[in-house]
Design a protein around this ligand. Structure first.
Ligand code: NAD
Length: 459
């Protein structure tokens, strides 16, 4: 389908200019309509996710539809209070005044989303954008066409197209959209494309949120509960067949623990997916031939500790553990983004820091240890988007925690109220009273310095 992107943007600008989206009641009404529609279409969404890459239904509900329903309920419940101007204490220099922070929508926003959680990662930012009173053009991923089609249907059913619309297509469509002038761009995807988005935003100084990826380390020390650690790592890594931006990318295991921990991983993989994971209905497939080829090339037979099987016709790659691949190997160069987990080892804290320092700041970091001092040291001495001690991925599930990267893994954060804040400009306004006008700040300044310094102390 040919889109006239300039016309879409112009129509949305006109819609925004009517002021309808500034009305909180209007926002809540459309979000309620969206909630009804996504509840009604939940099975269709799960079917589409299965058609796209055999995402197991349980995972689809847990990580896609369920999260969105909860996020919508929360936003509808809290929106009136989030949207209210917040009174803050005035500065003594300003006395007497009433000081407030107003949350103002940016205007016309663009959301570009990826394929790995193609429903959730498209709708979650959209909820924040609509809640904050913006219009939205959503460009879902072309790699998961079934889910993107459902997304477009839901959006056209719920929203006036001049308020929110979905524009389907691949890179050329995305490029056309990025050539337009937006008031905010929210992008989720790879670091490489994130840089393209940042460049496109720069000429107009358009603010951006970039939710990107990275190589997420997962540290396991000898003072950890191996069975439980292995269970949580296997779950977080092989969920969605490893195609998760916050999945552990590689393990850094204390050298003496490597043998026993590998055994524990093997047992937990079998417990989750049986002797042959290809026959398990709980294990997704790789999204495309391109990604299958990329991942298959990382598996070197002499490095395979567990798994390693592939089936091109089924786009299947077994849960695979690799034994200390070299740093310049395919598996250790970039983000893996599939069901392959290399084990590296450490003997000293320096080994851990040196390993992590090979890469840009990751989106997530995990540490498994019963030694609190060690775990806290790992958390405080490395910079990363977010993470967990003694778990993987689950920090994503708390809407009170802002979700986002740092450095190359991203700019900005969202979820729950943080999404509303991300899509709102915080406008600070003071309302000065006229009944008193302290003369201190006005010229002539002679003889006022002492008093000024006194007031500044209580600023
Ligand atoms: P991608 O960057 O290839 O594509 C993301 C979106 O950008 C798609 O809609 C695509 O059509 C568009 N796009 C692709 N190339 C483009 C170009 N040259 N110009 C303009 N637009 C372009 O990412 P992907 O393969 O869909 O997703 C995987 C990546 O996303 C991984 O790196 C992963 O870590 C990251 N990711 C991050 C998060 C997060 O929340 N931080 C979540 C999911 C995925």
């Amino acid at each position: 389908m040919e889109y006239n992107c300039s016309e879409i943007v112009l129509n949305q600008q006109k819609f925004f200019a009517t002021g309808r989206t500034k009305n909180v009641h209007f926002r809540k009404t459309v979000l309620k309509k969206l909630l009804k529609e996504v509840q009604k279409r939940e099975n269709d969404i799960c079917d589409a996710l299965y058609a796209d890459f055999k995402k197991p239904k349980f995972e689809a509900v847990m990580t896609e539809t369920g999260i969105i329903i909860s996020e919508l309920r929360l936003t509808i419940r809290k929106l009136t209070s989030w949207a209210k101007a917040k009174r803050v204490f005035p500065s003594i220099l300003n006395f007497p005044s009433k000081d407030r922070i107003h949350s103002e929508p940016y205007g016309t926003t663009l959301i570009i989303s990826p394929w790995n959680y193609p429903y959730q990662l498209a709708i979650a930012p959209l909820i924040g954008a609509v809640a904050a009173g913006n219009t939205v053009v959503l460009k879902p991923s072309e790699v998961t066409p079934n889910t993107s089609a459902i997304l477009a249907e839901i959006i056209s059913e719920v929203f006036d197209e001049n308020h929110v619309t979905a524009v389907q297509g691949g890179v050329p469509v995305s490029e056309k959209l990025l050539a337009e002038r937006w008031d905010y761009i929210f992008f989720t995807g790879s670091v490489h494309v994130g840089k393209i988005v940042a460049k496109a935003a720069a000429p107009n100084l358009t603010p951006v949120t970039l939710e990107l990826g990275g190589k997420n380390p997962c540290i396991v020390d000898i003072h950890s509960d191996f069975k439980l650690a292995a269970k949580r790592i296997v779950w977080g890594k092989f969920l969605n067949a490893g195609q998760t931006c916050i999945a552990p990318d590689y393990l850094i295991v204390q050298a003496q623990a490597k043998f026993d921990f590998t055994k524990a991983l093997n047992e937990e993989i079998k417990a989750a997916f049986g002797e042959n994971p290809q026959e398990s209905s709980d294990f997704a497939r790789i999204v495309s031939k391109k990604h299958f080829d990329r991942l298959a090339s990382m598996i070197k037979a002499d490095e395979v500790l567990i798994g390693g099987e592939t089936d091109e016709d089924d786009l299947y790659i077994a849960p695979t553990i690799l034994d200390e691949p070299a740093l310049d190997s395919e598996a250790m160069k970039d983000e893996i983004f599939g069901p392959i987990l290399p084990i590296q080892v450490y003997n000293s804290l320096e080994d851990i820091s040196n390993m992590i320092a090979n890469y840009e700041k990751p989106l997530a970091l995990y540490v498994f240890s019963n030694d609190d001092k060690f775990a806290n040291r790992m958390i405080t001495s490395h910079s990363f988007g977010g993470g967990a001690i003694n778990d993987t991925v689950m920090h994503f599930g708390n809407h009170r925690l802002p979700f986002g990267g740092v450095g190359e893994s991203g700019i900005g954060a969202y979820h729950g109220k943080h999404s509303f804040d991300t899509f709102s400009h915080k406008k600070s306004v003071i309302k000065k009273a006229n009944w008193l006008d302290i003369p201190l700040r006005y010229a002539p300044y002679k003889g006022k310095m002492k008093l000024l310094k006194f007031f500044l102390k209580y600023f």
